[in-house]
Design a protein. Structure first.
Length: 217
């Protein structure tokens, strides 16, 4: 802050130091709003924090913005407050997780005020790169093929990227065929013994629908 003074016709500038203000950094819990249209067009979402690493000074605050069904589980001590705002009061590295989606984790690095931290512009650039990687992964997943007589209930890839679709959404098999429905953690087998068209859908994501058509042999 500057205070200008004038005395007896002479102008001068008195420099008054301004105390450093604590900063607030932003973390998106799930796909950032700016990327939702692009990824949504691919039927994709990302179970990740954006950015996955944020560096702050002691005394700074991190705002966790929910974008999707996610949580923040921060086991280590060194922060105060309540979501969506957490103030980090002790230097250290803090790993946190989403309790809903296994593998969704990120880090807050808390540094002494004497050490530099990335600028807001640098953080935004890292988020932009993270989004670009997610979009590239999603496009690859939309082209994935499944083994014979197999339906993937959603297609998962790296970096928490998931395609909310049934792949393939329509499958035709001879009656008596056993079809395997695969998910991230488990797989299930169903034998379609009688000819007909069977419609199935995801109870959690009802827009994910598909059919199995069993033909007479």
């Amino acid at each position: 802050m500057e205070t200008r003074t004038r005395r007896r016709g002479a102008a001068g500038v008195l420099a008054v130091p301004v105390a450093a203000q604590a900063a607030t950094n932003n973390v998106s819990m799930g796909t950032p709003t700016s990327a939702q249209k692009t990824l949504g067009g691919l039927a994709a979402d990302v179970n990740a924090f954006f950015p996955q690493t944020v560096s702050v000074h002691v005394g700074d605050t991190v705002r966790f913005t929910p974008n999707g069904f996610h949580t923040v589980d921060l086991p280590a001590k060194g922060s105060s407050g309540a979501l969506p705002l957490l103030k980090f009061t002790k230097a250290g590295t803090y790993r946190y997780y989403c309790d809903v989606h296994a593998g969704m984790k990120a880090t807050v690095k808390v540094l002494p005020k004497s050490k530099p931290v990335p600028s807001a512009k640098a953080d935004a650039s890292r988020v932009k790169n993270q989004i670009a990687t997610a979009v590239k992964t999603a496009k690859t997943l939309t082209k994935a093929t499944q083994p014979a007589n197999t339906v993937s209930v959603g297609v998962a890839g790296k970096h928490g990227v998931e395609i909310f679709t049934l792949a393939p959404s329509n499958l035709t098999v001879p009656a008596g065929t056993t079809v395997t429905f695969t998910m991230s953690a488990n797989s299930y087998e169903v034998q379609f013994s009688a000819p007909g068209t069977y419609t199935f859908y995801c109870l959690i994501h009802p827009f994910m629908k598909g059919t199995v058509t069993a033909t007479a042999t």
